[in-house]
Design a protein around this ligand. Structure first.
Ligand code: MF3
Ligand code: CO
Ligand code: CO
Length: 271
């Protein structure tokens, strides 16, 4: 790597990159593109469409903007999104599956804009939202924001996980342990692992300039998952319904900035 390619900032003893104030703008641009595409997909999620049709739409929107999909070609993955329906926890592969009334799904999009990664996901519903899914989605959404509210310099990653876990378990649901959030920036997945459970005061300390995702997966039943034979699709072992929301954030002097806010204010499926 020559000196011109050398990234700004430094790396902590835990391997977490500390970005410069000027790096936030790049992350906001990338996050905004990913969030805009999730805004546009909302009206397309109706009974009768296949998850492949939704992925094609996302692929075209990415191309139309002249940006790059981070997932196409990532470890052999071939799609512009992950679409995880009902008991699929994450990494659902778009395909010929036809959505039916009452299906709830997470759509996860990651784009690269001028070298910066924008990674976000939300829940959608095809047709009418069933009552038990509504409760799961609300608790998962609020758990993400409890985690985001715990982000500020001096707190720890354990504080984030604890805030999420407490909210979920208070509502008698469970936090998935097998997948986590991650550092990101000019790379897709970097240290640390951002766990969605934990004990206060444990784990690395948060510092201004850290960029990472928080992306809790919450199950109505037990937390255990298994990966299907396609090597990607993760499902709940007990077939219970699962939900997930993901934002990418950057730590500031007083809290954090969310890079992936919905420009249309449509992050939640009933907004
Ligand atoms: N966007 C996912 C995440 O939140 C990763 C998807 S990788 C893929 O980290 F290859 F499955 F697309
Ligand atoms: Co992510
Ligand atoms: Co994602």
């Amino acid at each position: 790597m020559n000196t011109l390619d050398e990234p700004n900032g430094r790396v902590t003893k835990d391997g977490i990159r500390i970005h410069e104030p000027g790096d936030f703008a790049g992350m906001h641009r990338a996050g905004r593109v990913a969030a805009e595409i999730l805004d546009l997909i909302g009206p397309q999620v109706v009974p009768g469409v296949t998850t492949e049709m939704l992925d094609d739409f996302i692929r075209e929107e990415i191309a139309r903007r002249g940006v790059t999909s981070a997932t196409i070609g990532y470890r052999g993955y071939q799609h512009a999104s992950c679409i995880s329906v009902n008991h699929v926890v994450c990494h659902g592969i778009p395909g010929p599956k036809v959505l039916k009334d009452g299906d709830v799904l997470n759509i996860d999009v990651t784009v690269i804009v001028d070298g910066w990664y924008g990674d976000t996901s939300r829940m959608y519903v095809a047709g009418d939202l069933p009552r038990k899914a509504e409760r799961l989605i609300q608790v998962t959404h609020d758990a993400l924001f409890k985690g985001i509210e715990a982000v500020r310099p001096g707190r720890t990653f354990g504080d984030i996980g604890h805030a999420i876990q407490t909210h979920v378990e208070m509502n008698r649901m469970s936090v998935v342990r097998d997948f986590c959030g991650h550092g990101l920036g000019r790379v897709f997945h970097a240290p640390p692992n951002v766990l969605h459970y934990g004990r206060p005061g444990t784990g690395p300390r948060l510092e201004e300039g850290m960029f990472f995702t928080i992306e809790p997966m919450v199950n109505l039943g037990r937390p255990e998952t298994k990966v299907l034979a396609d090597d990607w699709t993760a499902v709940t072992r007990d077939k219970s319904l699962s939900a997930q929301f993901e934002h990418a954030v950057g730590v500031t002097a007083t809290g954090c900035e969310i890079f992936t806010l919905s420009p249309a204010g449509k992050f939640h499926p009933t907004w």
